[in-house]
Design a protein around this ligand. Structure first.
Ligand code: SAM
Ligand code: SF4
Length: 490
């Protein structure tokens, strides 16, 4: 099962945003935005679209007829960064065809690759007109005017003004088009400096948005029909924004306030660090009904030696103790994690500790990655880099353990009745797909009019990427979502 913490490539319109306001005199131009990597990039892509909408840009699914292509990039692993250069190669052809048809296509590189490589992108990739780091998206309209005047523009500053104060809010129509769940960035950047990670360099120091602004954004989303909010940040549970009372608010305090907004029925947050799981956050998992029983809590490794070399600043025992506190508060909590295999110096015994941790915790899902040396991070220069074939082998073993764990978790849900928030049409005609409280996608036969509704759904079948269920209220009459129930092995 994938969680919404996954690293995905999402192509615009992530929203069908971008309808220029009524009476807007500007010519309509088309923007194609492609998001790589984490949900922070998905959120940023939406906000870029919102900021470009008053400039007359509407989103398109097709880069071929775009006047502006924005590649919102990810630098977390080498493969992710390299993908961008191959995509730019494809954009060169489209740009040439547009020029042949007498039309100019502007190519912009945004996100963490832009931040990390800056001017180098212009040297390496001629079709690129604009390079913009994650903290400068609010300046896009002005940068595009400079590009139109013939300049090549690079902006990878960390400006004094916060982009969040300047970025345009989405229109109600844009929000509705994006669906009934939404991300809200509450915190950005990271001060933890894990030795493998580029985030502190590309996203900068940790900073929290003021609570009142987050509440205002959540109220706008709720008014447009959003029912579930996922609060996001590179280190979200380190949130410490100023509250309207002038005091510093924790993430838990913020979530209590957000749960009071009419229409907001569900809250989630990601990505958390084990060191920042405070007592009030644990208590919120016990006491706040809107907070879903699901948590992405990356551990990276199950071996203390490796955790120390990663500068994670927690041990395996610390991590397990955080989980015990959380499970004491919320016994049905569905946990997920990120793992890195083949970190420099990781021995076979260290790796076995990681696999054993998966078995011990019983994750509902998890992401696992081969260690990828990132230029400028301490681990890239460490001795004892693990050979690629060993990383591959360990990844396969770990993924098999994660899959066993995921399956066991899902099997426990079989036959149970859970609340599902229907989000969109499902895989087959007549089906809708929604999420359970544990973030599992659930396919159900239900009319499209129920998108945005909650329903009690009985889980009837477990498949590799989703669960299948039937509306509990129609249980006697309704057929199963798929004709055959899969055989469920152990
Ligand atoms: N803040 C989160 C945390 O503390 O775990 C992680 C954010 S990072 C964007 C997402 C995941 O990418 C990490 O949890 C880690 O597993 C993976 N990752 C980061 N750097 C990596 C690297 N150099 N090689 C492989 N995986 C990496
Ligand atoms: Fe990267 Fe997360 Fe470590 Fe921060 S806490 S450095 S974002 S892995």
């Amino acid at each position: 099962m994938a969680t919404n913490t996954g690293m995905t490539d999402e192509t615009g319109p992530a929203a069908a945003a971008g309808v220029a306001p009524a009476g807007q005199a500007r010519a309509r131009r088309k923007v194609f935005i492609k998001s790589y990597g984490c949900q922070m990039n998905v959120y940023d892509s939406h906000r870029m679209a919102d900021t470009l909408a008053p400039e007359g840009y509407v989103e398109t699914h097709s880069p071929a007829d775009a006047d502006l292509v924005v590649l919102n990039t990810c630098h977390i692993r080498e493969k992710a960064a390299e993908k961008v250069y191959s995509e730019i190669g494809r954009m060169r052809q489209l740009k040439d065809s547009a020029a042949g048809a007498g039309r100019r296509m502007v190519v912009a590189v945004a996100g963490c690759v832009a931040q990390a490589e800056g001017e180098e992108i212009l040297r390496r990739a001629a079709p690129v007109d604009l390079v913009v780091g994650p903290q400068s998206y609010h300046r896009l309209p002005e940068m595009l005017r400079r590009v139109a005047a013939g300049e090549k523009v690079v902006d990878t500053e960390f400006p004094i003004e916060s982009k969040f104060d300047v970025l345009a809010a989405p229109t109600g129509a844009a929000t509705r088009a994006r669906g009934v769940t939404a991300f809200v960035t509450v915190q950005e950047g990271c001060d933890k400096f894990c030795t493998f990670c580029v985030v502190p360099y590309t996203r900068g120091a940790e900073a929290s948005r003021p609570a009142a602004r987050i509440v205002a954004e959540a109220e706008r989303l709720a008014d447009a029909g959003v029912r579930e909010l996922t609060l996001i940040g590179q280190n979200v549970n380190a949130y410490h924004g100023t509250g309207p009372d002038g005091r510093e608010w924790t993430l838990a305090r913020l979530m209590y306030r957000l749960s009071e907004i009419p229409g907001i029925a569900r809250l989630r947050y990601t990505t958390s660090h084990p060191r920042d799981v405070t007592d009030d956050l644990v208590e919120a998992h016990r006491d706040l009904p809107a907070l879903m029983p699901q948590l992405h809590l990356p551990v990276q490794s199950g071996a203390d030696r490796v955790l120390a070399a990663m500068n994670r600043r927690h041990t395996r025992a610390d991590y397990l103790s955080v989980i015990s506190r959380l499970r004491a508060a919320r016994p049905d909590l569905a946990l997920s994690s990120d793992f890195i295999v083949g970190f420099p110096g990781e021995s076979e015994a260290d790796f076995r500790d990681t696999v054993a941790l998966v078995d011990e915790v019983g994750y509902a899902s998890a992401f696992s990655f081969k260690y990828s040396p990132r230029p400028g991070t301490p681990a890239a220069d460490m001795a004892d880099q693990v050979p690629e074939p060993v990383k591959e082998e360990r990844l396969a073993v770990l993924q098999a353990a994660i899959e066993r764990s995921r399956r066991a978790f899902n099997l426990r849900c079989l036959g149970s009745t859970v609340d599902v928030l229907f989000e969109k049409p499902g895989r087959h005609p007549g089906q809708l797909v929604g999420r359970s409280p544990y973030l599992q996608p659930v396919q159900v036969l239900a009319p499209a009019t129920r998108i945005g509704d909650f329903a009690s759904v009985t889980i009837t079948e477990i498949a590799p990427n989703s669960l299948f269920g039937r509306l509990a209220e129609q249980q006697a009459a309704a057929p199963a979502a798929r004709p055959a129930v899969m055989a469920l092995g152990a």
